[in-house]
Ligand binder design. Structure first.
Ligand code: IMP
Ligand code: MG
Length: 189
């Protein structure tokens, strides 16, 4: 397996809008690695994979295929829509859980899939809600984490890449709803 740099060290001053931060080949390779870990950890267990819309729509699709390829085939997929109340690139408070699950989560083992762990408020709130609704276990995977921005005690279980405080888009992630189709992860334009 090719070596994938999991921590991006370059600081924000070294980038300009549109620069590639993580290449699509490295994203694909890292998702394969994570899927192998998850397939091992959940072997023999039924799993409910929950993609957090909209940012994780591409990630959830790619992860589902890699999980299946890695031998973990016994899972359902569902989605929740969460708005983190952002005007442009600034978070302004409590996340709003818009669309709820269409599946009864009582007694289920779940894997939340989100694009970015920024302050961590969104995923912590979703985790709390699912546990309150009776989920047996709620693990989480995030493609990107910005450790410098963390404001909660919650820590995701699987992390694709750690990045500095950069505003990024592509691979499903947006800047004011645009840029989601860019195959690489780039600096927001
Ligand atoms: P948190 O609640 O602060 O962790 O916010 C997480 C959510 O904010 C992510 O799921 C993204 O939707 C969004 N977000 C945070 N940083 C970025 C970014 O750099 N680009 C695009 N979306 C981002
Ligand atoms: Mg999001």
């Amino acid at each position: 397996m090719a070596f994938v740099q999991r921590i991006i060290f370059r600081s924000s001053e070294q980038y300009k809008p549109g620069d590639v931060v993580i290449k699509k080949e490295d994203i694909a390779e890292r998702i394969k690695e994570l899927a192998l870990d998850i397939a091992k950890d959940f072997a023999g267990k039924r799993l409910l994979v929950i993609g957090i819309l909209k940012g994780a729509f591409i990630l959830t699709a790619d992860l589902a295929r890699e999980l299946h390829t890695a031998g973990l085939t016994d899972f359902e997929v569902s989605f929740m829509t969460v708005k983190s109340y952002r005007a442009g690139t600034t978070s302004s408070g409590v996340p709003d859980i818009k669309n709820d699950l269409d599946i009864d989560c009582r007694n289920r083992g779940m894997l939340l899939v989100d694009d970015i762990f920024d302050t961590g408020k969104s995923i912590q709130a979703i985790h709390k809600k699912l546990i309150e609704q009776g989920a047996r276990s709620v693990k989480s995977l995030v493609l990107l984490s910005k450790p410098g921005r963390k404001e909660v005690s919650y820590t995701p279980d699987y992390v694709g890449f750690s990045i500095p405080n950069l505003w990024v888009e592509g691979y499903g992630m947006d800047t004011n709803e645009y840029g989601r189709g860019e195959p690489n992860i780039i600096i927001g334009v």
